[in-house]
Design a protein around this ligand. Structure first.
Ligand code: FAD
Ligand code: NAI
Length: 493
């Protein structure tokens, strides 16, 4: 009995201590202290974007060295890897967002955050022009600010190749509102299919979901749609669920070209078991209101009735990026993104514009992993630049006072040597539905491929730990538990 009493007391002490620490950490995070004010003697750094690249830079940069202004049309960071889970209601949209001020208010020096869209960058005059394009605007909604350094991390937009009807009729999977639109659209198709008197053909059309693009986005969306169907819709819409059909269309001969062959085969066989049709070598030529036009592998054209089309056709540069490239035509010749050097300096600009992530065209894939490593690298570069500037100013003072500057010169030479960016690939992960994931991993410089339920658990724990904050981790874990207990929400908001 004494042992049980002791165990009970120990458990109680552990719970109370953990709860106390958790409460202390969250409250400390909620109430940031005062920050250093803007310092006119420091250099101004403008950061465009609040995505993977920009936030990784902001997390690590030492703000005591700079005045920083962040400009982004959304006032939050979006954890994109879990976006497809929002599209079927597994996760609440807010669980994977983190307001950018939750980060910037914890920096040593005050950081200005402006919700606006950059419309033009002048690489010669070193200015950025931006507009407030939100629903509510004040008397001033456009302005131009100068910069000493620009961190250009505006990401990319979805590539549609100008295919007719895509913008008008398809859903996308890039921003948080895309996932919300898709969820609404999907549930609308299901509810309309249940409308009394609907013909068999119309029910089949409404419940045919076509996902375009066999890259990781298209695969994950198809897998999540399948889970929604199996776990929830079969119980709540038994009269309709047999008619729900998911088709994945990919122009290339295989899906997921960036994964190893065995994982491609594993994904294809999992999709086959899940009754998700994969049409490879098939190109979408047009998206209409109620159908998609496909060019089949034998070049014949087929028009397929659909209720919803999700377009995941890859990336293309944003207009502001195309405009910026056009201002330095001799150095910026690649149409697929900004050309940068090994130190992430934009080619053709005089070392004052650094570009990273999906807006660039380099040897690296456009992934969160690359963008966040580049952001952390740039924060280190900026520390070194600040150090270099400090030594240079010390040299100037010493020379004015006729002091010996040999040691300082050596220090300056060292500080001027910037190491190039080096990417360390940690592997690729993707969710393929049915509580299975695939992973091409690199462990101790050895590559190995794995897929299945254990990989799914690894996928979940990997993303749970990489989420932006403790707050996000708690919210996401809570959503997963909620769905396990009560299923996904069917309400169409
Ligand atoms: P983003 O993260 O897209 O950020 C761009 C920022 O710029 C945004 O804040 C945006 O609001 C802002 N912006 C846009 N226009 C302007 C403007 N005119 N002025 C100022 N700011 C602007 N990668 C992985 O490595 N692993 C994954 O599992 C993974 N899953 C993904 C799942 C989905 C559904 C998607 C769509 C992508 C996924 N990716 C994944 C890819 C990854 O999200 C991108 O590579 C990453 O977001 C690139 O970071 P970025 O900072 O360049 O751009
Ligand atoms: P993607 O570029 O990887 O794939 C798009 C696919 O759409 C291509 O295979 C292309 O052939 C196909 N396509 C384009 N037009 C078509 C048409 N008209 N008809 C049929 N097929 C067409 O794009 P995705 O999946 O959006 O990924 C973008 C980037 O984000 C990639 O670098 C990817 O690695 C990364 N990402 C990574 C994830 C992960 O690691 N789990 C998840 C999602 C994205």
């Amino acid at each position: 009995r004494r042992f049980l009493q002791h165990l009970g007391r120990a458990t109680l002490v552990t719970i109370v201590t953990t709860g106390g620490v958790f409460y202390y950490v969250t409250q400390k995070d909620r109430h940031p202290g005062p920050q250093l004010p803007f310092d006119p003697t420091k250099k101004n750094v403008v950061v465009l974007g609040s995505g993977w690249g920009a936030t990784s830079f902001l997390k690590s940069v030492d703000t005591s060295d700079y005045n920083i202004i962040v400009v982004s049309p959304r006032n939050f960071f979006l954890f994109t890897p879990l976006l497809p889970s929002v599209a079927v209601g597994t996760l609440n949209p807010k669980s994977i967002l983190q307001p950018i001020r939750y980060l910037t208010r914890h920096k040593e020096r005050q950081v200005t955050v402006i919700e606006a869209e950059a419309t033009a960058v002048d690489p010669i005059k070193k200015t950025v022009t931006f507009h407030d394009d939100s629903e509510v605007q004040g008397e001033v909604s456009a302005t131009t600010v100068p910069f000493d350094y620009l961190i250009y991390a505006v990401g990319a937009e979805t590539q549609t190749f100008g295919i007719p009807g895509v913008k008008e009729h398809a859903c996308f999977m890039k921003e948080i509102q895309d996932a919300e639109i898709m969820k609404r659209r999907f549930m609308d198709c299901v509810e309309s299919a249940g409308f009394p008197g609907q013909s068999e053909t119309e029910i089949k059309r409404l419940l045919h979901m076509v996902v375009v693009g066999g890259g990781p986005t298209g695969i994950e969306v198809s897998g999540e749609l399948h889970d929604f169907l199996e776990d929830d819709l079969k119980s709540w819409y038994p009269e309709l669920s047999d008619n729900i059909k998911i088709t994945l269309v990919e122009a290339l001969p295989s899906v997921l070209p960036m994964f190893s062959k065995e994982l491609i085969n594993y994904t294809e066989s999992t999709f086959k078991e899940s009754k998700i049709d994969i049409l490879t070598g098939t190109m979408v030529k047009e998206v209409k209101d109620k159908s998609v036009v496909l060019q089949m592998p034998d070049k014949t054209i087929s028009e397929v009735p659909v209720g919803m089309v999700v377009w995941a056709g890859g990336n293309k540069p944003r207009n502001v990026t195309v405009d910026l490239m056009s201002k330095l035509p001799d150095a910026q010749k690649n149409k697929r993104g900004l050309s940068i050097d090994d130190h992430l300096r934009m080619a053709g600009a005089d070392g004052t514009i650094f570009a990273l992530g999906d807006c660039t065209f380099s040897s690296y894939a456009p992934t969160a992993q690359v963008a966040s490593q580049q952001g952390a690298y740039l924060a280190r570069v900026f520390s070194q630049i600040a150090k270099r500037d400090r030594i240079a100013s010390e040299i100037a003072t010493a020379q004015a006072e006729n002091r010996d500057v040999t040691t300082l010169q050596k220090q300056l030479e060292k500080a001027e040597k910037l190491r190039p960016f080096h990417y360390s690939h940690q592997g690729s992960l993707a969710y393929i539905g049915s509580e299975k994931a695939i992973a091409d991993l690199v462990v101790f410089n050895q590559k190995f491929a794995t897929g299945g339920v254990a990989t799914f658990l690894f996928w979940r724990s990997a993303y749970l730990s990489t989420l932006f904050s403790l707050r996000n981790r708690v919210l996401v874990a809570n959503d997963w538990l909620k769905v396990k207990l009560f299923g996904r929400d069917l309400a169409r908001e």
